[in-house]
Design a protein. Structure first.
Length: 167
């Protein structure tokens, strides 16, 4: 069994938390950028705010696909009793994906438009998304992290069961 202070699966639990922390930082940066200026302005990273929204959407989608296809699939093989929990998390991912689709659509509108309407709509969507993400991440870290840290044997886990967050 993996323990909290060692083992491959415990490291995956820590990696999961770190990925979530990075996604939290990214969405907070986007929200702050929206509050401080128009969507067409350049951000500190050199791109437009719309481009940063699209990059964030892609990073979160990639993270969730990696969890669904890697981490969660392997976890259910190791712990079939967690299938219901994993199904709920995958359902959350689908809900989040629909919000990300809306954010990406609004970001593209902001990139081609000249009004503040899309920025305000993006801000509302990001506020809702941030709240859902936080609830989802806390639950996932508590339940999946605990399973990885304490009750899942290290076994033959693939080298990379989910992709790191990159924007």
């Amino acid at each position: 069994m993996a323990s909290q202070d060692g083992g491959r699966t415990a490291a995956l639990g820590r990696q999961l938390s770190l990925a979530h922390d990075e996604l939290r930082r990214l969405i907070n940066d986007l929200k702050n950028d929206l509050k401080s200026g128009a969507g067409q302005r350049r951000t500190g990273g050199g791109g437009t705010l719309a481009a940063h929204c699209l990059a964030f959407c892609s990073a979160l989608e990639t993270h969730h696909r990696g969890e669904d296809d890697g981490l969660f699939a392997q976890l259910v093989r190791e712990r079939p009793d967690l299938a219901g929990t994993v199904a709920k998390l995958v359902e959350d991912h689908e809900l989040i994906s629909s919000i990300l689709t809306r954010v990406a659509e609004l970001a593209r509108q902001a990139a081609t438009g000249d009004g503040r309407g899309p920025d305000e709509a993006i801000g509302r969507e990001l506020d809702g998304l941030a709240a859902i993400m936080e609830s989802h991440f806390r639950y996932e870290e508590r339940v999946i992290g605990a399973a990885l840290d304490r009750t899942v044997p290290d076994g033959d886990w693939p080298e990379r069961v989910f992709r790191p967050v990159r924007t």
